[in-house]
Write a protein that binds this ligand. Structure first.
Ligand code: GLY
Length: 387
């Protein structure tokens, strides 16, 4: 088993992302350092979709360092990523006798990472967290960079990630071996974020990620451990370099900073929160997964940029092909009318004061922030994914 590190450089908040087959075992190293500084307990937030063998790896490591574990289980969905679940987790951690020296481990996909991370950010004004992502999406995106939180429900609207905090982990353990048992749909969802990274790679100084992704994205489904390790390593390296320059998504960050990572997200969030949409046309497959919505959002963003003369149709077509090669949907049936979707996009927290702030491509691997995109561009984007 070979495990390497990508460093997230954030001065006193710097940490390693351990990447490779067996990286989950490295959580014990982080826990040992915390035990040496006085920790006696660990609160593990476990995604019920994670096989017991991976939980055992974490628990064995914790017990080996003398830490007494408490396990809280979460069955993830966007509606479970809520104030109610957060409250239950707080009651559980407080009931276990957890102190300020004791860490949280978040073992699961992005929803569990965000919830567990926010418990760590807020309980007793902040305790250490070790992020152990078990989906590709969580490995390449959600677990790195310290964003934590949950959704709000207001009336019939789901407001994604409206409550949260930046709270950097002390370590991330991205165990690529765990991806062997990840469902195909979840693996494909993670590939959407990898394609997004390729679309901003030149702006972020990772020129070669564009070509590498084009060559390998269609092969990720074979689950070759070498390809998956390289995929995760390269994508974590891109994300780490963006976060290192713009930890808190400053709107005035040079070249767009962390906001670039929102490429496709304003379109994606507008459709992801419509619970009836399905990638296949089969209602049993509803709702769209986050990565599926982001893949559609990427196509929409390129079509919007094309309508503004920022990119040509060849580039839009090549991104669409990458999304298709990854096995992701390229259109969706049952979208509401354009006006309603544009209104949803204006309300997205990534928009600004009701104007359409969009991350849009202006070349291969290159994106810019457009503060007031015209409504016609948003509509061109929506038309491109309407099935
Ligand atoms: N997922 C976008 C970010 O971490 O900033």
């Amino acid at each position: 088993m070979s495990v390497g590190s990508v460093r997230v450089e954030l001065s006193e908040r710097s940490y390693d992302v351990r990447v490779g087959d067996g990286a989950l075992g490295d959580s014990a190293g982080a826990l040992r350092r915390l035990a040496e500084r006085g920790a006696t307990r660990v609160f593990v937030v476990r995604d019920t979709g994670v096989p017991g063998v991976h939980l055992d790896t974490v628990l064995d490591g914790a017990r080996g360092c003398g830490l007494e574990p408490t396990v809280a289980e979460v069955t993830p969905s966007e509606s479970v990523k809520s104030l109610g679940t957060y409250h239950e987790l707080l009651e559980s951690i407080a009931g276990s006798g957890h102190t300020r020296s004791d860490p949280v481990v978040a073992l699961g996909g992005g929803i569990v990472g965000d919830l567990g991370g926010f418990v760590a950010a807020s309980y007793l004004r902040g305790v250490p967290v070790v992020q152990c992502p078990t989906t590709l999406l969580a490995m390449v995106d959600a677990s790195v960079g310290g964003k934590t939180g949950f959704n709000l429900s207001v009336g019939d609207r789901l407001l994604k990630n409206y409550v949260g905090a930046f709270h950097q982990p002390v370590m991330v353990c991205a165990d690529v071996g765990v991806l062997g048992s990840l469902g195909d749909r979840y693996l494909r969802s993670g590939l959407a974020e990898c394609i997004k990274h390729a679309c901003i790679a030149r702006t972020a100084g990772h020129e070669d990620l564009v070509e590498w992704t084009r060559e390998h994205v269609g092969r990720a489904g074979d689950r070759d451990i070498g390809v998956l390790t390289e995929l995760v390593r390269r994508n974590v390296a891109l994300k780490a370099s963006i976060v290192a320059l713009d930890e808190r998504e400053d709107p005035s960050a040079k070249a767009g900073g962390r906001m670039l990572l929102n490429l496709g997200h304003t379109f994606g969030h507008a459709i992801e929160t419509i619970g009836s949409l399905t990638p296949t046309g089969d209602p049993a497959d509803a709702p769209l997964h986050h990565g599926e919505a982001i893949g559609l959002g990427l196509i929409a963003a390129f079509a919007a940029a094309e309508s503004m003369g920022m990119v040509d149709s060849e580039l839009t077509g090549s991104v669409r092909s990458m999304i298709e090669d990854a096995g992701l949907p390229v259109c969706v049936v049952g979208l509401p009318e354009d006006g309603e979707l544009v209104a949803r996009m204006r309300r997205d927290k990534k928009s600004s004061g009701g104007s359409l702030r969009l991350v849009l491509p202006d070349g291969e691997g290159s994106c810019v922030i457009v503060n007031e995109a015209p409504e016609s561009a948003a509509i061109a984007g929506i038309c491109a994914i309407r099935g």
